[in-house]
Each structure stands twice: as C-alpha cells, then as structure tokens.
Write a protein that binds this ligand. Structure first.
Ligand code: HEC
Ligand code: HEC
Length: 460
C-alpha cells in the first residue's frame, strides 16, 4: 500500500515536472550533443599527468626541497626527483635546462581519503582563503638575490613567479575547501593575447572583483558527459580544456602546441578512472526500493545505472533547478572570458574547442556520489541527506579540516551547524555564489523514502 502511495506521489510530481516543462516551452532542459574527441593511450596519459612537463616553470628544485618538508608518503610511487615531492607537485626541466618544481593537476583533482590518495576525486580541502602574494614576493626576492650567482635559476622560475604575483591578491575565497579555478582561468587569460598566448603584465579584459566558488567535479564522470564543467559549456575537443591550466606559465603557442599533443592521452586516462565502491555493507532490499523511487523521480535528469545504464546529458535551466546562479550568470554579465576563449588559439587547428554558455547547470552523473561530498556545484551542502531535503540544509556549517571525519550513513562530512558566520572554516551559504537553495526534487519524499534513495545512491 505504502509503495503504491509512493509511486502515486512520484507520478504526480513527474506530471508536475512535465507541466512545468510545458509552461516553460523555451526553457526545456537542453540536450548536449556529443563532440568528436581524439583517441589516446591511458597509460601514457597517467605518466604525463604525474611526471610530465605541462608547466615548464616553477620553483628551482633545490629551493623547493629546502622550503617544503620531505613527503614520505610517495602516494604515486614516483621515482627519481619526484620521489620526495608531494603528489601534487612535479619536478620538470625548464626550457633552459634547470630543474624546477611545478604544481600539477592533482592539486585540485585528488584527495587523501581514509589515508589513501584517490586520483580524480575533487580536492575539497584546498585553502584559497590566504593571499599568497607575500610568499611570491619573498620567493622572488630570494631568487633575484641569486641572479648574480645563478641567473638560470631565476630565468626558469620567472613565468611562475610573475603569474603568482599577478593572481594571488585577486584570487581569494571566503571559505576553505572551495575552489576558484574558473576565476583563475579568467584572470590568466586577461593577461594573455588570445592568438599568441603571450603574457602581458597589463590586464586586457575587465573582470569582476568577486570570486565565484566551486566544488571540483570527480574525473570519473567525464566519460559520460558531452559538455565539460558545471555549466556544460566546454564543447569540442576536451583535451584543449584539460591543457588550459598551462596558461599559468606557458610562454607561447609553440610550447602550448607541444603540450597539446599529450592531452589526448590524459583524456584517455581520465576516462579510464572508475569511482571507488562504497566500503560498508549495503541494505540490498532498501537499495532496491530506492532504485524504484530514483528511477521515477530522478533518472529523467541523472540517468540510469548498471549495464544498460543511459545518461541523458541534459542542461537544466535556472527556472527548474533554482540553485545558486552566480556561476553561470558570471559568463553572461562578464562575457569577456568566453569571447577571449572563442577567438583564441584553443579554437584553432583540426581539433578546436569552444565555449557555449547556458543559463543553468548540467545534471551530473551520480557515479561514486557517496564519496564526493560536499554537494552542489559550489559545495554548499555537507551531505546527501540534506541534498535530498532542502529544508534540512544548514545555513552555516563547519567541518574539520585538520581531522576530517566522514559519515558513511548520510554520506557526507560530519559537521556542526553554526548560528552565524565565523572564520574561514564555517561555510556561509548567505554569501554571493555560496547559496545552498534550489534542487528541491527530494523534498516531497518521506524520510523513509529518502533513506531508500540514499541506500541506492551508495551502490552507484
Ligand atoms: C586550481 C585547481 C585546479 C587545477 C590545478 C586543475 N583543475 Fe581541473 N577543474 C578545477 C575546477 C574547480 C573544475 C570545475 C570548474 C567548473 O566546472 O566550473 C575543474 C574541471 C575540470 C574538468 C571537467 C570535469 C567535468 O566533469 O566537467 C577536467 C576534466 C579537469 N578539470 C581536468 C584538469 C587537468 C587535466 C588539470 C591539469 C592539467 C586540471 N584540471 C587542473 C580545478 C582545477
Ligand atoms: C530536473 C532535473 C533534476 C531532477 C529531477 C533531479 N536532479 Fe539532482 N541535480 C540536477 C542538477 C542540474 C544538479 C546540479 C545542481 C547544482 O549543482 O547547482 C543536480 C545535483 C544533484 C546532486 C549533487 C551532485 C553533486 O555532485 O554535487 C545529487 C546528489 C542529486 N542531484 C540527486 C538527485 C536525486 C536523488 C534526485 C531525485 C530525488 C534528483 N537529483 C532529481 C538535476 C536534477
């Protein structure tokens, strides 16, 4: 009987959904068509990702080793000069032959979880609340002193230090754990010529002062997606977007073109990553009930799973999703970044990329969703239980960054609800871009049904 009522409820809400669609004819969810991708070799891609020289400028190796305590984890089991480095830095040879240490993609795209490094899990422990300009200036001062002794070291670090000095004071978030890669990309291109990619200390684009925070999506989702990023606006050759973080230090298009020849392999590696399985027992009966509810209430947007799974690749307009709009809006109120990209080197050649902004967000695949808290594109929701019950979402909440503790039942971060803002470890959802509203599709479920859906989500 209960089940019948559930199914009925879901049917009513699906009808409501269809009616909503009819009312907003122009605002139907939009299908993202696939674009052609280069094929590649996953093993080579992994090698390049973890040891490659996609950034060719950084801190001279001898300085880095002095300044950063030796990392004995060697999570990636790298050898040679990389053996002693943290997993998110790589030793590379600068064009002038000096060995430097540069940050790599795993800064933001890996996270230690339960003592193990999960490559591809978005890092929700980054700390961008601090202005690193003073660090950049100190490093520059030290290097300049060395110029007389060893000018080559300074030369090898110059691009990196120049970029760090320019971006540090402008890229600061209010809360630990959120990322600012979108703002970083916009700022870096504002210093570069779209055709030649050459750096200029002068900013050529007008950019907003505010930094819109995002969570970092898990890499294992990309193989299903036809559009990259939360906004789904990354179209065309994905490798071109993957390599875009070399805008930090790249010298010119010759250097960019060389890096570009490896990112088909990096894409093959990213597409080979599988999500980690839920490590605790699952109540199979409850998960089965949850699957039925999910299929009726959620799969239109998020797809179905298993061997015959189907992912619809839909962009959901603001009028339906109603989540914080700051991220996608920024592309409309400040189209300069999109315009820069769409006339840049990245759109040239036989595998061009393109940005196609949209007023809404992609409904993401939910594989491995149990491990990717916090939720929403801005990481504003601490666990799945409150993701599925918008009335239970805390306005201010704090998790531990020094002793992170994961709750496997509700999956998400153990946290405390706070009465008001307070320091950089309290997530303040009242700030612009940090909102936790919208996506109310789980609200009509009963507590028991929600539990069942969550039990099912643990199996994905
Ligand atoms: C400073 C942090 C940072 C670094 C470094 C970084 N990324 Fe990202 N990456 C992000 C964030 C944040 C997003 C999501 C942005 C958005 O969707 O608006 C993202 C998105 C992506 C996506 C899209 C995933 C999807 O499902 O749409 C891929 C793939 C990716 N990055 C690959 C890379 C690679 C490869 C590198 C290194 C060459 C790299 N990233 C370096 C922060 C970073
Ligand atoms: C109308 C389409 C739609 C429906 C129906 C829908 N979702 Fe979503 N869902 C989305 C979109 C779009 C997002 C991304 C929102 C954002 O980040 O701002 C999302 C985000 C999520 C997330 C967070 C993903 C992450 O990585 O942070 C979860 C979990 C989720 N949905 C589960 C569900 C469940 C369970 C249901 C059914 C009860 C459901 N959704 C129904 C479109 C939908």
């Amino acid at each position: 009987m209960k089940k019948a009522i559930t199914v009925l409820m879901i049917m009513i809400s699906s009808v409501a959904f269809v009616q909503l669609n009819n009312t907003f004819q122009k605002e139907d969810p939009q299908y993202i068509p696939p674009s052609k991708q280069r094929s590649g070799d996953a093993t080579k891609g992994y090698q390049y990702l973890t040891t490659g020289d996609y950034l060719k400028s950084g801190i001279p190796y001898s300085f880095f080793i002095m300044g950063i305590p030796k990392d004995s984890n060697n999570f990636l089991q790298r050898t040679g000069l990389n053996e002693k480095l943290p997993h998110d830095f790589t030793a590379v040879k600068a064009p002038n032959g000096e060995i430097v240490v540069a940050p790599n993609c795993l800064q933001c795209h890996s996270q230690v979880f339960n003592g193990k490094l999960i490559v591809g899990l978005g890092n929700s422990f980054s700390d961008f609340t601090v202005n690193r300009q003073s660090t950049a200036l100190i490093a520059e001062g030290m290097l300049k002193k060395l110029t007389g002794i060893n000018a080559k070291k300074y030369e090898a670090a110059k691009n990196f230090i120049t970029a760090l000095k320019a971006i540090s004071p402008k890229l600061i978030t209010s809360t630990k754990g959120v990322n600012l890669a979108d703002g970083l990309a916009a700022l870096l291109v504002s210093h570069r010529d779209p055709a030649t990619l050459q750096w200029s200390d002068k900013i050529s684009l007008e950019l907003p002062d505010e930094i819109i925070p995002t969570d970092v999506p898990a890499w294992w989702l990309l193989k299903k997606k036809h559009g990259m990023f939360y906004n789904g606006f990354g179209r065309g050759d994905f490798g071109r977007f993957l390599m875009a973080s070399n805008l930090l230090t790249v010298t010119d298009t010759t250097e960019a073109a060389e890096a570009d020849t490896h990112f088909n392999d990096v894409l093959a590696f990213i597409n080979s990553i599988q999500p980690p399985s839920y490590p605790k027992p699952i109540n199979e009966q409850l998960a089965k009930e949850g699957k039925e509810i999910f299929t009726a209430a959620c799969s239109n947007c998020h797809g179905t799973y298993g061997d015959d799974g189907r992912y619809p690749n839909l962009l959901i307009p603001e009028s339906i999703i109603k989540t914080d709009s700051a991220l996608f809006t920024s592309n409309y109120s400040n189209p300069q970044f999109v315009e820069w990209f769409n006339k840049s080197w990245f759109t040239s050649g036989d595998h061009p990329a393109q940005l196609v902004p949209y007023r809404g967000y992609i409904a993401p695949p939910l594989d491995g969703i149990w491990v990717t808290a916090p939720y929403m594109h801005n990481g504003s929701v601490p666990d799945l239980e409150s993701m599925l019950n918008s009335t239970a979402r805390p306005t201010y909440w704090q998790r531990s960054f020094s002793k992170p503790s994961y709750n496997y039942d509700i999956p998400g971060w153990n946290h405390e609800t706070k009465d008001g803002p307070g320091g950089s470890e309290v997530y303040n959802t009242t700030l612009k871009g940090y909102g936790n509203y919208g996506h109310t599709f789980g609200d009509h479920l009963s507590a028991k049904e929600r539990k069942a859906v969550i039990e099912y989500l643990k199996t994905l």
